[in-house]
Design a protein around this ligand. Structure first.
Ligand code: AMP
Length: 383
């Protein structure tokens, strides 16, 4: 019952496991609302640590350090889902960890995730487990060719993934990944990719930002546009999947569901992330409540905020590649009045590394996408 929930109020300290840009944007939202933020990761001078009250540098397997960290905060959340289960359990012995360890367990492994989805009637790509060379032929018989082979755990942004068109190629891909547990998925010739970012409160309340259209380049998100340009019926079905999934997971926090829209108008869940997501970054500038503020509200047991958009929006990622000819021309992008610059405080601009993003607001999603791409182009075309 809502009335029995005692919220964690401003002034309290919230702990974040992980220290990347998602933790940074969470910490900024939390500090704006008067919370203190402690971050825990193996590194120092991190994107999250730079804007936190306390930055702890220790290994996730140093359970004494994790326990000490948890004792200094009122609740713990995380900004990446590959935190070891023992670390989450150690923290949960002292304070609530939200989302809970059960959600992490499911989403840390693609096979567990897809099995959970399909066994609960959620639409997904056809898939089969691959744990040995002998599994490959029956797996491909199920998925058909081409297929995508993905490592079951620890893969992101296309790492540990291969598209295969024959059993021989699949066999090579499996060996190349060290013969670790993999999932074979049917290749989806999709019309578009989109996501639903949702939040669920401690009282079971549900909020979402509609459907967001996503374009990837080399498996890394490149451009997100909201609202997604897709049929209203498909959008509505995706929101219903989101609502039911959040409930089934008994989620408290933010979750992103990545979907494919097939050419026949079917929606398929590709992947879950139990935290704010790159495709939801545009909510900072375009929605009344951002995904990060919503994560804070959910984790603290506060009522969720309005997710209404103030304008259509588009977000373009800024990868380290942009620095190839020197520091990008920030002033040129800032000269566009509807464009916002977000940088994550990372010192080393490696190719493929997410260094920041731009968001543009406009009267339509098309215009927002055009504007943000123009702004990004201006960063590297110094006169
Ligand atoms: P993932 O790590 O699963 O999010 O995959 C990264 C990207 O690879 C996705 O956003 C898609 O563009 C592509 N991809 C992943 N799985 C499939 C699939 N089964 N069929 C077609 N493309 C896929």
């Amino acid at each position: 019952m809502t009335s029995s929930i005692k919220p964690i109020l401003p002034g309290a300290a919230i702990g974040v496991l992980g220290s990347g840009q998602l933790g940074r944007m969470f910490a900024i939202a939390a500090r704006q609302m008067g919370y203190r933020v402690h971050t825990f990761s193996p590194e120092t001078d991190t994107p999250t640590g730079q804007v936190s009250d306390v930055e702890i540098a220790a290994s996730y397997s140093d359970l004494d350090a994790v326990r000490k960290f948890a004792q200094g905060v009122a609740a713990v959340t995380f900004e990446f889902e590959n935190v070891p289960a023992v670390c989450v359990e150690a923290a949960a012995a002292f304070v609530p960890v939200r989302p809970g360890g059960g959600v992490l367990h499911i989403t840390q492994n693609r096979l567990r995730e897809k099995t959970f989805l399909s066994s609960n009637g959620f639409p997904t790509t056809v898939f089969a487990p691959v744990r040995s060379q002998a599994d490959l032929a029956p797996a491909l018989a199920k998925t058909g060719l081409p297929a995508i082979l993905k490592t079951a755990s620890s893969g992101y942004d296309g790492k540990g993934q291969a598209k295969v068109v024959s059993l021989e190629e699949a066999s090579r891909a499996f060996a190349d990944c060290g013969s670790q547990e993999m999932i074979a998925e049917g290749f989806v010739d999709f019309e578009l990719e989109f996501s639903v970012v949702l939040a669920r409160g401690l009282d079971g309340s549900f909020a979402h930002w509609g459907t967001i259209e996503n374009r990837h380049k080399h498996h890394i998100l490149d451009l997100s546009t909201a609202p997604a340009r897709m049929a209203a019926g498909a959008s509505a079905r995706a929101i219903e999947v989101a609502r039911a999934l959040a409930q089934k997971l008994d989620l408290v926090g933010v979750l992103c569901i990545e979907f494919f829209l097939t050419r026949s108008g079917e929606i398929l869940v590709n992947e879950l992330a139990p935290r704010p997501h790159n495709s939801g970054h545009l909510t900072i500038d375009a929605a009344r409540t951002s995904q990060f503020e919503q994560q804070l509200r959910a984790v603290c047991g506060l009522p969720l905020g309005s997710t209404e958009f103030v304008a259509a929006a588009a977000m373009a990622n800024l990868l380290g590649d942009l620095w190839h000819a020197g520091e990008p021309d920030w002033a040129a992008a800032c000269a566009l009045p509807d464009v916002k610059l977000h940088l994550y405080g990372k010192v080393e601009p490696r190719p493929g590394r997410k260094m920041g993003h731009l968001t543009a607001l406009a009267a339509s999603p098309e215009l927002a996408a055009q504007t943000v791409l123009l702004a990004r182009q201006k960063l590297s075309t110094r006169a």
